[in-house]
Design a protein around this ligand. Structure first.
Ligand code: 13P
Length: 280
């Protein structure tokens, strides 16, 4: 069933697990992700950056995720990842996205609260959920670079006030992970995460999931992470597998010969991640 972030994360809280949120970088990746969730018998969050949403088309994404959720009998959420602009968020909600992330993390605290509140009012009126971010996650995503000296971990006291004043459904926390594929990205501050988990009652979200070790995955889920984002790992697998296939297959072969094995590889990664997220 096509469903909301709030519903799947509530269930995750009860089961003490995380739901995988996988960035689909194009339309082809969507069935590969939903197929993996069906094999693992868990809900799934398909998320798109603003760039992917524009490239594919929001209504097309809503139609495809809705239809595949029915076909595979999977609880699936379509979530807009890291949206900074009001117009994009409004368009996504109007198109039928069941969840949006408003990213006002680079703004001063009060402005972040005001922007997030506006998004919550609009999205909730349409039945969609809202994730917002406090603190800054480092790394590169969709061409946007956050340098290490701009990284600022989430303050637990601010998290309490932010949730109270905005009414969000999930809070993305900055705890030391980075977007992209970095060797240095696994320095997670479990103490900060523990303090936030102890202070708030909303589900917590981890960004920059690529490169987090299996052991750390279990540790963050144990400390309240209920939505686990993975993007770069899928992109890297898509690119490396395609490069190999396109360079070795004949030019007049069906394009499917180059794409289907890539999708199988994506499904495998997603299945493996989901198995880690639920096995705690
Ligand atoms: P990675 O690209 O590091 O997996 O992070 C994905 C993410 O957090 C999307 O918001």
């Amino acid at each position: 069933m096509y469903t909301t972030l709030r519903e799947v994360l509530e269930e995750a809280g009860q089961l003490h697990m995380a739901i995988g949120a996988f960035n689909a970088h194009n339309l082809e990746m969507v069935p590969a992700i939903i197929r993996a969730a069906s094999n693992q018998k868990t809900p799934v969050i398909v998320q798109t950056s603003e760039g992917t949403a524009t490239y594919v088309g929001m209504r097309t994404l809503v139609a495809v995720v809705t239809s595949l959720a029915e076909e595979y009998g999977v609880d699936a959420v379509l979530h807009l990842d890291h949206a900074k602009g009001w117009d994009t968020i409004r368009m996504a909600v109007d198109a039928g996205y069941s969840s949006v992330m408003y990213d006002g993390s680079a703004l001063p605290f009060k402005e972040n609260i005001l922007g997030t509140k506006r998004v919550v009012e609009y999205a909730h009126a349409a039945g969609a959920s809202v994730e917002a971010e406090l603190g800054t996650v480092g790394g590169t995503e969709d061409g946007v670079v956050v340098h290490p000296d701009q990284v600022c971990l989430t303050d637990p006291g601010d998290a309490v006030e932010f949730i109270e004043k905005t009414g969000i459904d999930a809070l993305a926390v900055a705890i030391g992970t980075s977007h992209g594929q970095y060797k240095s990205k696994t320095r997670i501050d479990f103490g900060v995460l523990e303090s936030i988990y102890g202070a708030v009652s909303k589900p917590l979200v981890i960004h920059g999931g690529t490169g987090v070790s299996d052991e750390d995955i279990h540790k963050v889920i144990d400390r309240g992470i209920r939505k686990f984002n993975v993007g770069t790992e899928l992109l890297v697998r898509w690119n490396t597998t395609s490069r190999r296939l396109y360079s070795s297959n004949k030019e007049n072969m069906s394009n499917r010969s180059n794409v289907m094995p890539v999708l199988d590889a994506i499904t495998q990664i997603v299945e493996h991640k989901i198995s880690l997220f639920k096995n705690v």
